[in-house]
Design a binder for this molecule. Structure first.
Ligand code: HEM
Length: 123
């Protein structure tokens, strides 16, 4: 697969990620209970597919940047940490209104940081 194809998949993964996170977060903020969420399975699958696409395309992109799996720079390690955080935080966003309200602002900032790391590769 080409560098462009991996980029497209990486970006599509981001769309799916923020769609699922935003939807679940707003639902929780409005008092919605996870057990009563009619779309919870689709939202969870969307989130899971997003993470897989981001990971696979992220590692594909690394190959084109000449980064080996055994000697990852700090910015890539930080992106993997952010990816893990995005994986765990959906559960938190669907638990408590208080958490969801905070995460509404945390999610885009985490996304911004992930993009910053990719563009500037500072460390
Ligand atoms: C396992 C996790 C991840 C890995 C290994 C990874 C790796 C990469 C790599 C190697 C690039 C290419 C940089 C370049 O072209 O010079 C990239 C680009 C990018 N990544 Fe990630 N990434 C991961 C997760 C994420 C996440 C969770 C987000 C945001 C939600 C994200 C956002 C971006 C953005 C905005 C770009 C720049 C656009 C592009 O070139 O496609 N990444 N990533």
């Amino acid at each position: 697969m080409s560098y462009e194809a991996y980029k497209l998949i990486h970006i599509f993964g981001m769309y799916l990620l923020f769609l699922s996170l935003g939807g679940v977060t707003l639902y929780t903020i409005n008092g919605g209970k996870k057990s009563e969420n009619k779309f919870k399975t689709v939202a969870a699958i969307t989130h899971g597919v997003a993470l897989i696409l981001l990971l696979v395309a992220g590692f594909g992109l690394m190959k084109f940047r000449g980064i080996s799996h055994s000697a990852m720079p700090v910015w890539v390690i930080l992106k993997i940490v952010i990816w893990l955080a995005f994986g765990g935080l959906l559960a938190l966003a669907s638990k408590k209104e208080k958490f969801a309200k905070i995460l509404w602002f945390v999610f885009p900032l985490l996304g911004l940081f992930a993009a910053y790391l990719a563009f500037y590769q500072p460390f």
